[in-house]
Design a protein around this ligand. Structure first.
Ligand code: GCU
Length: 349
């Protein structure tokens, strides 16, 4: 079906951990070159400043802190990003870096108290505090880097760079369990979370909700939004030139399963919504199926699903790629968070 590019060709080399890491890097490089662009350089230093603490948050069970991360860039300029942390008391707290559509904590997609009550911390940042979600590159991180347009990278890559800074900051917090860190996002920020996982192996769990086109969904044969649609309306999310594949999906030397596979052998979670025809749940599940090759080569299981057609309401948590599809529309809800946390708890124990 669909003439899908293969992730690993046995003819070239036998599969082992070292060879896979090399291949993984090639895949990430290919995705950068063709689709998202290359990430800006790592900062030369990062300093954090807590500007507000609410000890009463969640009845005092999980204090909220507002933090500024001051990043000194290689060009000598300073980029400061706000971040909010909500960490329940305790030791070895697993946590999410959540790339948010809103500066508010909690918000409709982020049920802070339920997450804290389940024993997880969240470090979140508002994506437009990094750079605006439009074609203007003369603001935020893009302006400080001197990027005028998407010739080096698109906005998704800039949001990924920020997720990595949140992870840098997490390393300084003793109460967090750095071995059990997740990156999560919804929709365009689900695409971002997948790319963040591809780049940053410190994220053991890579979670994308309703990420659809240019996220978890296979582009070849995809229904709903296609490369033509996304590059017409949101060209600035991608590296300049990605629109050459509009209506030419079959000529791409990759497909979106490469993006999922780039986090192997770690854990990836993909969630769909039944009525999200724009994202195309079947294409998202196909992304998981085709990416599984990267896990099965090392005798792990990727997406474990015996059903020919994914079943709404059912979760598929047996392999290293977790998946569920919920009733309803494009949304990130409590149900999804509970699935994510259940999956992580199962895999970490
Ligand atoms: C649009 C876009 C999608 C994207 C979504 C979102 O619908 O076409 O690709 O995922 O916005 O981020 O909400």
């Amino acid at each position: 079906m669909r003439d899908i590019p293969i992730i690993w060709s046995d003819e070239k080399e036998t599969f082992n951990d070292d060879n896979w890491q090399k291949r993984r890097e090639q895949i990430v490089n290919l995705l950068c070159k063709e689709e998202y662009g290359f990430l800006p350089p790592e900062p030369v230093s990062l300093a954090s400043e807590i500007i507000q603490t609410d000890e009463e948050f969640c009845a005092g069970k999980a204090p909220l802190k507002k933090v500024l991360l001051h990043c000194t860039l290689t060009n000598g300029r300073l980029f400061t990003m706000p971040l909010t942390e909500v960490i329940p008391s305790g030791e070895n707290v697993p946590f999410f870096v959540y790339i948010s559509f809103s500066p508010n904590v909690p918000d409709k997609f982020l049920p802070s108290e339920e997450i804290a009550d389940s024993g997880f911390g969240v470090l979140s940042f508002y994506y437009e505090d990094i750079v605006s979600d439009n074609s203007d590159f003369n603001n935020g991180l893009a302006e400080i880097l001197g990027y005028k347009d998407n010739s080096a990278c698109g906005k998704i890559a800039l949001w990924v760079w920020a997720a990595k800074r949140a992870m840098d900051y997490a390393q300084t917090l003793p109460q967090l369990d750095k071995k059990h860190a997740a990156v999560a996002g919804h929709s365009r920020l689900g695409k971002t979370a997948l790319l963040a996982g591809a780049f940053d192996t410190r994220f053991k769990y890579v979670i994308s909700n309703n990420s659809g086109c240019c996220g978890a969904a296979i582009s070849r044969g995809k229904k709903g939004e296609r490369i033509k649609n996304i590059t017409d309306v949101f060209p600035y999310w991608f590296k300049a030139g990605f629109d050459r594949y509009a209506d030419k999906e079959t000529s791409m030397p990759f497909d979106q399963h490469f993006l999922i596979a780039a986090s192997a052998p770690r854990f990836v979670y993909v969630s769909s919504s039944e009525d999200d025809s724009w994202a195309d749940p079947q294409a998202e599940a196909a992304g998981c199926r085709f990416a599984s090759e990267a896990w099965s080569k090392s005798s792990l299981k990727g997406f474990v699903c015996d059903d020919e057609k994914i079943e709404t309401g059912k979760s598929y948590h047996d392999g290293n790629i977790g998946y569920h599809i919920k009733r309803g529309k494009h949304f990130l809800g409590r149900e999804d968070w509970h699935h994510f946390m259940k999956f992580i708890n199962t895999k970490k124990n």
